[in-house]
Design a protein around this ligand. Structure first.
Ligand code: C2E
Ligand code: CA
Ligand code: CA
Ligand code: CA
Length: 275
C-alpha cells in the first residue's frame, strides 16, 4: 500500500473488484466450456495392496481454458456448484469416465466424483443407468465417490438413492473421510463399500503418532463394517510402509502415480503392447 493515507482503500478496493470480475469471467467462460470441448478427464490409479495391482482409476476433471491454460478443479468446481452447471458437467464426466473404462480390463474399476447438488438431482439415477448402458460396463466396475456434505440437506432421500445404486450393483465410496463434523454417524446410516481416508491424515501417518492412531482406527472400523479403505495422497515410502502395516486395502497418490491422461492408462496397466 502507498503512504498517502488513502493507501489502505486504494489497496483493497481494486482487489475486491478484481476478484468479483474474475469470478464473473470464470462463470461466463464455464458456460461455454462443455460445448467448446474444453474439458478432459485425467485418471489416477488406485493401487490394491492385497492383490498387488492397480484395482481402479479415479476420474479427475480438467479444464483447458483457451487463455488461462489449465484451471484446477478446486477453482472451478465451486463455481459450477453455485451456478448449477455441475449437473450437466457431472453428467458428461459420468459418461466419459464409463466410456474410458470400457477399454480397460474387467477387473479395473472407475471412480467418479459426484457433487451433492448433482447427486440430489432427480435425474441422477438415469444419468448413471445411461452411462452404464452406453459404455456397456458392468455396474460393479463403477464406484461413485460422495462426501458427507451430501447428507447435510436431509439424509433420507440420499440414503434411499444410495440403496438403489447398490441394488443396481454400483459401488459407493465415502470420500475425504475424517474431515467433516460427524463422519461416524453416516457410517451407521449406510453400508458404504469403501472409505477414502483423507490426505490430511495420510500426510503425517509416518511422523505423528496421533495421525497413525487415527488411521489405524479408521482401517479397523472399516474392516469391522465390511468396508474397504483407500489412503489418499500417499507421497512417500514411509507412509506406504505404515499404511500397509495397518492393513489399508489400497493406496492412491503421487508415490505410485500422478493422475494421467486416458492414453497413459494403457501403459500403466501394462497393456500398451497388447492393444
Ligand atoms: P478429491 O476427490 O479428493 O481428489 C483427489 C485430489 O488429490 C486430486 O486433485 C488429485 O490430483 C490430488 N492428489 C492425488 N494424489 C496426491 C498426492 O499424492 N499429493 C497431492 N498433493 N495431491 C494428490 P484434483 O484433481 O486437483 O481435484 C481436486 C478436487 O476437485 C477433488 O478432490 C474433487 O473434490 C474435485 N473434483 C475433481 N474432479 C471432479 C469431478 O469430476 N466432479 C466433481 N464433482 N468434483 C471433482
Ligand atoms: Ca475423490
Ligand atoms: Ca478425496
Ligand atoms: Ca479432497
Amino acid at each position: 500500500a502507498k503512504q498517502d493515507g488513502r493507501g489502505i482503500f486504494r489497496f483493497f478496493e481494486p482487489s475486491l473488484d478484481e476478484a468479483a470480475r474474475r469470478r464473473r469471467r470464470l462463470e461466463l467462460d464455464l458456460r461455454i466450456a462443455l460445448k467448446a470441448g474444453q474439458f478432459s478427464l485425467d485418471f489416477q490409479p488406485i493401487y490394491d495392496l492385497k492383490a498387488e495391482r492397480i484395482g481402479g482409476f479415479e476420474a479427475l476433471l480438467r479444464w483447458h481454458h483457451p487463455e488461462r491454460g489449465l484451471i484446477p478443479p478446486t477453482e472451478f468446481i465451486p463455481v459450477a456448484e453455485d451456478t448449477g452447471m455441475i449437473i450437466t458437467i457431472g453428467e458428461w464426466v459420468m459418461r466419459e469416465a464409463c466410456r474410458a473404462a470400457a477399454d480397460w480390463p474387467p477387473h479395473v474399476r472407475v471412480a467418479v466424483n459426484v457433487s451433492p447438488l448433482q447427486f440430489r438431482n432427480s435425474g441422477f439415477k438415469t444419468v448413471v443407468l445411461q452411462a452404464l448402458a452406453y459404455s456397456n460396463i458392468a455396474p460393479q466396475r463403477l464406484e461413485v465417490e460422495i462426501t458427507e456434505s451430501v447428507f447435510l440437506d436431509g439424509e433420507d432421500i440420499v440414503v434411499s438413492l444410495l440403496h438403489q445404486l447398490r441394488e443396481m450393483g454400483v459401488r459407493v465410496a465415502l470420500d475425504d473421510f475424517g474431515t467433516g463434523y460427524s463422519s461416524l454417524s453416516y457410517l451407521r446410516s449406510f453400508p458404504f463399500d469403501k472409505i477414502k481416508i483423507d490426505k490430511s491424515f495420510v500426510d503425517s501417518v509416518a511422523s505423528d503418532p496421533s495421525a497413525a492412531a487415527i488411521v489405524r482406527a479408521i482401517v479397523d472400523l472399516a474392516a469391522a463394517l465390511n468396508m474397504e479403505t483407500t489412503a489418499e495422497g500417499v507421497e512417500d515410502e514411509d507412509q506406504l510402509a505404515r499404511l500397509r502395516g495397518q492393513g489399508c486395502s489400497s493406496i492412491q497418490g503421487f508415490l505410485f502415480s500422478r493422475p494421467v491422461s486416458c492414453d497413459q492408462v494403457a501403459t500403466l496397466l501394462g497393456t500398451g503392447n497388447e492393444r
